[in-house]
Ligand binder design. Structure first.
Ligand SMILES: Nc1nc2c(ncn2[C@@H]2O[C@H](COP(=O)(O)OP(=O)(O)OP(=O)(O)O)[C@@H](O)[C@H]2O)c(=O)[nH]1
Length: 843
């Protein structure tokens, strides 16, 4: 006998059956007049079992059958309602007992600094819940631009994404950016147009924007439903539910309830008429893309209404998985409207790991070919987030297993740190608790606790029982999954322990921070001994500082957050002759001298204009940190009778990098230079590569010394800025950017660069897509945003000119303007600005 307890109209309705499937099938009949989809089951957290209908067998299937898994993320512009929507998802799936409220600061998902002190749940990277007999792993993707790197990293482990849009604001710049990242990675997406209860919200307008701006082929599967209401003797329309275009039903939520109950009814009147238009469009869109839909359509004599919902769903699933269409839904999470259909859509249309192509593993050894994980015949997993649990003090490593089943106590080999350890404890994170598990099967997400070496972004290889890897083990151990280029950090702060005894704990805490977030960088100035923490943005460093002081409890002084300037060499500089440097050092067998002949030059910012020979030389060079290059003359023979070639190369690289740590004019790290080694004498009696590093460090330092001071330049981070303004503000904003902020405007409203041209066969004309009329907009008392009149100004602007820009922009545009920016590159500070920048930042 299987029993399931369903929360229904404030009552617990108990349905029983001897057969689990029959129970599921008959469930709606237990609840007359209501159409129950995605019903909530209660989780009894204490016993870690699910009360009611889900027996152990079913839980096992959920935990192992990869087709029942959805690894998804929510991507959205700040404030679109990502957290509000997620909180409802957790509540309706039965994993939280009440709905958290963003405005009252009691949500499970929020990760902002104020909530961070509460511990692990806030920073959870993935939260698991079950819906309609499927397991959903919701992977967190932060919205702030400082964390763009983290967004990219999270997107890589997603199989599908929900894009939440604000029905008033439409497609916003940040959304567009993340959308394209997800699209480029081939991740199927669905769209949820949220906040449809707000005045000025336009569903039809937003759908047209999705088609126009995102160039997505839309399939509207539900539309908002409104009811007329008299407010202050004026008729207004109030959102009350949605019209389901697949089932051709209305779904209405009672105002003021928690949204678990909803009434399903047949459509009538205007709602029916509009639904028919939407159904025709949906079927025709699918028939354009899916042959099976054409056949089904012919079978029902071209009657759009006669096609069974299951056939529409199947076609829509096929097309969504192939990224040919994007299902669009509507609702208002805050009013508890439309979230259950969204959850259903996650299950119905987004892929399971089995539907996704096998990712590629790439070796650090260029000679080894790329290997799709499916062909490796070995276990592989990606550590996509590492978190320090403040409560237990343990390091939790969130992994996505790509192949094989990771079992507790398995030996795991980390291909980045090249270390082996055991996966001592495995668990799965639920909304506010974790459950110990024995294994994490392929396609699933789970947590390994207590590892010593794993960092965010590392690849883990493990051997699966009875299988022999398809390539030799030493080669397999050089493979990495989805490596990510980490952009240069542009802000830094100095860090000092308060007392000598605080030094060791600080070192350990910094190591923890770096394991969690590889986009942070620690550098130690060898001359001054000062430690610097660098990051992507002010907020990024503020959060890291709070983690250090408040969470990891170190006793340290963190200096002011500053822009990370660099020192460079004017590319016009060319040394008359290379620097020859001789270095002697006492070693075991006596004194050895190493002689290095090197030259140094500045690399121009716009490499595309450099001469071909130089470009060719750089492409054969080793890229070092700080956009520097190391070119070793091809004639140079580095092989040594006693020392491994790899060790020699590594010592040279380390030596050159540390020689570039301090520029000779400004004392800043050196950026964008090429160091060429023409000759190097490695004494045969040397038996370790160690002395080579200081030799090279001094040689590079000496070469830098020889560059005349007027050829040494200050370099600054320059941002790629997109300012979104109304037409009437274009003139003032552009002139401010170019005159007051030393920026270069390079495009106006040219947000179409990544889109097909209008005469391209691929072009999606927003005027031709189906979108319901926005009947409520004329009732709005306020000015309605003219979305399509917004203009984008794109410019390259020095970062120091952007500090405090939002406030300035808001006042210049009466609050209408907004902007996003991302690091572009380091550029030389123009001569006329150098003095003022130096004075402002360093004096
Ligand atoms: N009227 C209305 N307000 C909503 C709705 N959904 C969210 N909000 C409000 O919008 C604001 C932002 O919501 P969040 O859920 O924090 O948005 P977010 O996308 O998670 O924002 P970040 O975490 O800052 O990226 C809050 O004040 C919410 O109460 C909705 O459906 N209707």
């Amino acid at each position: 006998m299987v029993r399931i307890s369903v929360k229904f109209l404030h009552r617990n309705v108990l349905c029983s059956s001897t057969n689990r499937h029959s129970l599921r099938h008959n469930l709606p009949t237990c609840l007359p007049n209501f159409f129950v989809r995605g019903y909530a089951v209660e989780l009894n957290r204490k016993s870690n079992s699910i009360k009611g209908g889900r027996g152990a067998k079913e839980e096992t299937a959920l935990a192992t059958d990869v087709r029942l898994v959805r690894n998804i993320g929510i991507i959205a512009h700040i404030d679109a309602g990502k957290t509000t929507t997620t909180e409802r998802m957790l509540f309706y799936s039965g994993y939280t007992k009440r709905i958290g409220n963003v405005d009252e600061g009691d949500t499970v998902m929020d990760y902002l600094p104020a909530e961070r002190n509460r511990g692990i749940t806030i920073t959870s990277a993935a939260i698991t819940f079950d819906w309609n007999n499927h397991r959903v792993n919701l992977i967190d993707t932060p919205g702030h631009a400082d964390f763009t790197f983290e967004v990219i990293r999270s997107i890589r482990v997603l199989d599908g994404a929900v894009t939440v849009l604000d029905g008033v604001e439409g497609v916003e710049a940040q959304t567009e950016k993340v959308w394209h990242q997800a699209k480029n990675m081939g991740i199927p997406r669905i769209i949820f147009v949220n906040k449809m209860d707000r005045e000025g919200a336009g569903f039809g307008r937003t759908v047209r924007e999705v088609a126009g701006k995102l160039q997505a082929k839309t399939a509207v599967i539900n539309i908002p439903m409104f009811k007329s209401e008299m407010v202050d003797r004026m008729t207004t329309a109030k959102l009350c539910g949605i019209i389901d275009i697949i089932e051709m039903k209305s779904i209405e939520w009672m105002p003021g309830t928690d949204g678990r109950e909803f009434a399903v009814a047949d459509l009538t009147g205007e709602n029916l008429e509009e639904a028919k238009k939407a159904r025709v469009s949906l079927v025709e869109t699918l028939a354009e893309l899916d042959e099976q839909m054409v056949e089904t359509f012919l079978e029902v004599d071209d009657d759009h209404m006669a096609i069974a919902p299951k056939d529409i769903k199947a076609a829509l699933r096929r097309c969504t998985l192939e990224n040919r269409v994007v299902p669009v839904l509507s609702g208002a999470s805050f009013r508890n409207i439309g979230v259950q259909p969204l959850l259903d859509a996650v299950i119905d249309y987004l892929p399971s790991p089995a539907d996704r192509p096998s990712p590629i593993m790439r070796s650090s050894n260029a000679k080894i070919r790329d290997l799709p994980v499916a062909q490796a015949n070995a276990g592989s997993a990606l550590a996509f987030k590492v978190i320090h649990d403040n409560h237990t003090g343990k390091i939790l490593v969130f992994v996505r297993v790509y192949s094989g089943t990771l079992t507790a106590y398995d030996k795991i080999f980390n291909t980045s740190s090249r270390t082996e350890e055991r996966a001592l404890q495995l668990s799965r994170m639920y909304a506010d608790s974790s459950i110990k598990i024995d294994s994490i099967p392929e396609g699933h997400i789970g947590v390994i606790s207590g590892t010593k070496e794993v960092r965010t972004g590392d690849t883990i290889i493990f051997e699966t029982q009875g299988k022999k890897p398809s390539i030799p083990r030493d080669q397999l151990r050089t493979m990495q999954l989805l490596p990510i280029d980490i952009p240069s950090p542009v802000f830094f702060a100095s860090i000092e322990p308060k007392t000598a005894s605080d030094s060791k704990p600080l070192e350990i805490a910094l190591e923890t921070l770096l394991r969690e977030d590889p986009s942070l960088k620690i550098s130690v100035d060898e001359e001054t001994g000062q430690t610097q923490l660098s990051g992507m943005g002010e907020l990024h460093l503020e959060i890291s500082r709070d983690r250090l002081i408040n969470d990891l409890k170190v006793n340290a002084h963190v200096g002011k957050i500053q822009i990370a300037y660099k020192e460079g060499i004017d590319p016009r500089y060319s040394a008359n002759k290379p620097t020859i440097f001789e270095y002697s050092r006492a070693v075991k067998n006596g004194i050895v001298s190493a002689k290095a002949t090197i030259s140094i030059r500045g690399v121009p910012e716009d490499l595309e204009f450099a001469d071909e020979a130089f470009k060719q030389e750089l492409s054969n060079s080793k890229a070092l940190p700080e956009s520097n290059y190391l070119t070793i003359s091809p004639e140079l023979e580095l092989a040594h009778p006693k020392i491994d070639l790899k060790d020699i190369q590594l010592a040279i690289e380390n030596g050159v990098s540390s020689g570039l740590f301090h520029g000779k004019k400004y004392g800043l790290p050196v950026n964008s230079v090429q160091v060429s080694i023409m000759d190097i004498n490695i004494p045969p009696e040397l038996d370790s590569a160690a002395p080579l590093a200081p030799a090279l460090r001094f040689a590079v330092s000496a070469a830098m010394e020889e560059v005349p001071p007027d050829m040494k330049v200050l370099m600054e981070p320059v941002m790629d800025v997109t300012v979104i303004v109304d037409e009437e503000d274009i003139g003032s904003v552009m002139s401010d950017i170019s005159s007051a902020r030393s920026g270069r405007v390079y495009a106006l409203d040219d947000d179409s660069a990544s889109r097909p041209e209008e005469d391209d066969a691929e072009y999606i004309d927003p005027n031709l897509v189906y979108s319901p009329p926005d009947t409520t907009l004329h009732l709005s008392k306020h000015n309605i945003r003219k979305t399509l009149d917004k203009k984008l100004i794109k410019a390259k602007v020095p970062l120091n000119e952007m500090v405090g820009y939002l406030k300035f922009l808001r006042s210049m545009t009466q609050g209408r303007g907004s902007f996003i920016m991302a690091f572009d590159r380091y550029e030389r500070v123009a001569k006329d600005r150098t003095e003022s920048v130096w004075a402002k930042e360093f004096e």
